[in-house]
Write a protein that binds this ligand. Sequence first.
Ligand code: PEP
Length: 255
Amino acid sequence: MRKIVIAGNWKMNKTVAESVKLAGEVVAAAKDIKAVTVAIAPTYLALAKVAEVVAGSNVKLAAQDVHWENQGAFTGKVSADMLKEIGVDFVIIGHSEQRTYFGETDATVNKKVRKVQSLGMTPIICIGETLDERKSGQLESVLTRQVNGAYDGLSADDALRTVIAYEPVWAIGTGVTASDDEAQEAHAFVRGLLAARYGDSVAQSISIQYGGSMKPENAAGLLAQKDIDGGLIGGAALKADSFLGIVTPGETLSK
Ligand code: PEP
């Protein structure tokens, strides 16, 4: 059985006060949600305050990134121990914005995944192709490189403690969503990569989220796909009602 995991990535949005308010609204709206794991990822600055808001609720806390070293001269960065201390459950790693603007590579993704796992937090490993890569027939080679890079050196037990977010870069923040079939095809391919590394039973147990302009209007169709186990949500996560409009259809699913 795979968990449906729906996570809101707030990116560089919301002040601390706004984050606390939105977190409170999500906690209230999600209080009866049981079958779906719900998580929210505010900015680093708001994490500690939001941790207080979600404490004791069924909403998990996620961070948007992490550094792989414990401490030291890494200006602007935050370590996994710091995230752990305030109660972070999930850490988003390798988001396409990190890869595009801040030099994230498959190798740094792998270091971050290992670090986060060593402290018992769950990485949400983001992968996905650009439009050029898709158009030039590189979808499968890109996903293969990203998955193999992220999982390099991870045992089957480690792999079971990961979540993948398949996010076609051309769909992130654009309003253009992959069709249900396009998304399912990519997810099935990714699950096949996991099966090749770890066997079918492990691959069948790893949740693979879809990300890219997911919203209440298209969530049910995407989430109904056999290999889509939730969503990583940007824009639609910035309001409690649109976020919960994505979470709710997941309640009826079991995979
Ligand atoms: C994201 O940030 O991972 C994302 C999918 O954003 P959006 O939902 O806005 O496309």
